[in-house]
Design a protein around this ligand. Structure first.
Ligand SMILES: Nc1nc2c(ncn2[C@@H]2O[C@H](COP(=O)(O)OP(=O)(O)OP(=O)(O)O)[C@@H](O)[C@H]2O)c(=O)[nH]1
Length: 307
């Protein structure tokens, strides 16, 4: 029988799971997308955009990294928030390596301390990633403060300062450093796989990203999205039908906007993104529906894929 930790020409394979953790809005999803050179996870200027642990897979001839992007660790206000934090804890328990992303534009906050407490004692290699160096006034000073939060940690700890958004070379360097410490293992996913999400979930996340960017105040957080139908026409056109789910009737009108303008804009922006990544023409049909109080309703959360 062939050894599962070897390639067909006899080289040993290494692979492992790497959690990307940090407080909301520090650039975790941007870093994941940059590692992969494609868009797997939604990003936006709003905190708490990521809601579920998205896996993004990077494979070379002999190495495979399964990155697990996690929601920003925060003090939860509802059942959705609790689910999001649970996603972080289960990712941390299951992975081989941890990446803790911090925002070097600012000194640490209570939320960073929440993350530091989670990772300090874990006996797993950790990379402290100081992000947003392109926009930080005092990156070295900020990094020093974040480093101090890990004081007393006995497991292997490394650090790097970079810009996930603007510097792919630094991101590639970090990826190389991770490759070097992956344990000997067979690959967990087929070589061509980029993510564990279905195409429907991926598209729904892009729609939610655009909705979160356009909507104001609390509304971005009261929105969920799903794709119910995806058909391909013979000429290649992708017909995608999705729903934007809100909690109250009053929110429905706010998402649709006067004369349907806002919903049209969300749909157009999402369609453009989908067309770029699919390299196909897309027809995107969007409907807004109400599931009363879905963020506090365990069954509704499961129905919307938060399980
Ligand atoms: N200037 C600058 N902005 C960045 C960089 N990386 C990410 N951002 C921006 O920071 C914001 C948050 O990025 P995300 O990747 O969504 O952050 P996240 O940590 O996944 O956020 P949550 O979903 O809230 O956990 C977005 O507006 C990004 O464009 C960077 O290197 N430099």
């Amino acid at each position: 029988m062939s050894d599962p930790s070897m390639t067909s020409d006899g080289a040993t394979t290494h692979s492992g799971f790497v959690a990307i953790v940090g407080k909301p809005n520090v650039g975790k999803s941007t870093l994941l997308n940059s590692f992969l050179g494609t868009k797997v996870a939604p990003t936006s200027p709003r905190p708490q955009t990521t809601r579920r642990g998205v896996r993004g897979i990077s494979t070379t001839d002999t190495h495979q990294i399964v990155f697990v992007d996690t929601p920003g660790l925060h003090k939860p206000k509802d059942a959705l928030g609790k689910y999001m934090n649970h996603e972080v804890h289960s990712a941390l328990a299951d992975v081989d390596v941890i990446i803790w992303v911090v925002d070097l534009r600012h000194p640490p906050t209570d939320e960073d301390e929440l993350v530091a407490r989670q990772v300090r004692e874990l006996p797993k290699p950790l990379f402290l990633v100081g992000n947003k160096t392109d926009a930080a006034k005092y990156p070295d000073e900020a990094m020093k403060l974040y480093r101090a939060q890990l004081e007393g940690r006995s497991a292997e700890t490394s650090e790097i300062m970079l810009s996930a958004q603007n510097n792919p070379l630094q991101v590639a360097t970090l990826r190389e450093q991770i490759l070097d410490i992956l344990p000997e293992n067979p690959f967990f996913y087929p070589r061509g796989a980029a993510s564990d999400q279905s195409r429907e979930t991926w598209a729904a996340e892009i729609i939610r990203e655009e909705a979160m960017k356009k909507l104001r105040e609390e509304l971005p957080y009261a929105v969920a999205t799903r794709v119910n139908r995806w058909t391909e026409r013979e000429d290649g056109l992708q017909r995608i039908e999705g729903e934007i789910v809100v909690e109250k009737n009053a929110h429905k009108g706010m998402v649709i906007g006067s004369g349907g303008k806002q919903l049209r804009e969300i749909g157009q922006a999402a369609r453009k993104q989908l067309e770029v990544f699919l390299d196909r023409k897309v027809f995107l049909g969007l409907e807004v529906i109400v599931i009363p109080g879905w963020r506090e309703d365990e069954e509704a959360l499961r129905e919307l894929g938060y399980e």
